[in-house]
Write a protein that binds this ligand. Sequence first.
Ligand SMILES: Nc1nc2c(c(=O)[nH]1)N[C@H]1C(S)=C(S)[C@@H](COP(=O)(O)O)O[C@H]1N2
Ligand SMILES: [Mo]
Length: 513
Amino acid sequence: MTSAAVAVGTAEAVAVLTGPRSAPLVAVGGAVVDLAPAPLKQFATDVFYVYDKIALLIGTAVLLGGFAALIGLVAIRSPRLGYAGIGAFAVLGVAAALTRPGAGPAAALPTLIGAALAAGLLRLLLTGPLGSPLVRAPAAGTPPLEAPAVDSPPAGVDREGRRRFLTGVGFALGAAAVAGFGGRWAATRRGVTEARAAIRLPAPASPAAPVPAGAELGVPQLAPYVTPNRDFYRIDTALVVPRVDPDGWRLRIHGRVRNPITLSYADLLARPMVERHITLACVSNEVGGDLIGNARWLGVPLGPLLAEAGPLDGADQVVARSVDGWTCGSPTSVLTDGRDALLAVGMNGEPLPIVHGFPVRVVVPGLYGYVSACKWVVELELTSFADFDAYWVPRGWSARGPVKTQSRIDTPRDGRPLTAGTVTVAGVAWAQHTGIQRVEVRVDDGDWQPATLAATVSTDTWVQWSWRWTATPGTHTLQVRATDATGAVQTAQRRPVDPDGATGWHTVEVSVR
Ligand SMILES: Nc1nc2c(c(=O)[nH]1)N[C@H]1C(S)=C(S)[C@@H](COP(=O)(O)O)O[C@H]1N2
Ligand SMILES: [Mo]
């Protein structure tokens, strides 16, 4: 157990040098994430929600700890099996680290060094100067029958030995903790935060349309028209947030193109920038859920860049690849139809926050994030839908993910006690790149009542709506539905988030006194 703590702790420290994703906990955890069957992953996500990553790391640590305790017990009986156990741990860790996307041979180092130290420590504990009381060999000349029992060293004789043993163990555990947590801390602090803080983003050649005063209804509990960065939802598979240095960053546009292009961060910033409000939504957003946000993005339009690369015939999919190997695929036709599909570098007036994809990510109005919004993007590969399935597709999600028209009631909240009289019912509705024409509310299956729509800057964002209700005492059900700009009414049919986005009307129950 102590040896394993030392192994993992040391490995975490070494991983500072070889990159956080080569640390054994992260590597094994990452492999677990990628290999886990979709339903299991969905279960884990449902149960732990945003804590699933922490839970996975803790779970992996507990597993390793249990394994280590086992090695320890075995080692007392047979040191050779103990070393074999450490060897097995090393093979597992190295295999996980080396098979992570983008891993070089150096990725094996943290685990190897950690395991070597663990083996050395095991040796010390078993035979060395720490003088383990557990496997004390009978003194020469002592008849075997009088040998001390393995689990109860005789009092007095071995008290000193045991004290030294426990001190050694405590010291090793402490050092392992310092190395492990220190390594993790250094790994997350280094460099990139400073690089991000030093960036001065250029002014956009085409600035965002100012948000009209009428976009914000100012109703308490109603989601603000523009979501502050700190409140913006976060979804990704990254156990450790990738920390990409903008100086070393390159974007490769390649695959089925006439003219492959490689861009540096400086190349990107030198191109004419546009700034647009775009509402990003997650396909996993339940009806009434909050995995959606609206931000002002600064970036380079993708359409002209792709045109320069010159997609070849049949290249109907653009696969964006993240530095951590995650991929998503968007239809080439969507990225080149003139909408503001962006390689974004700025979010609400600052460089992209690290968790939202610093230094560069993709944002496409009208597509769910899992088929478009690649964070920490380093590659755009032109291919076809027939030839390549992006990350979530083999895991049961649809290859195409246009956003579905949806509406949400933000106030009153479900189950909220209200006082009879005038109650403001309000929320948001979205149909990115199509636009919302109408929002209606109904009470207890009564007639649909038209809500008032707030202003927006474009069809690429959500819109706030409100409706004044004269509430009467009793329990009531409120429902909302939206109609998009083409006249299509949001479907009542309840469908789950998989494979391509939830449908149904958001419904809340309130009791009025
Ligand atoms: N590299 C990477 N990019 C990613 C993902 C991911 O797992 N890895 N998840 C996508 C999904 S499913 C969504 S909904 C959006 C969320 O972006 P946000 O975290 O900035 O809100 O990021 C997308 N980009
Ligand atoms: Mo998502």
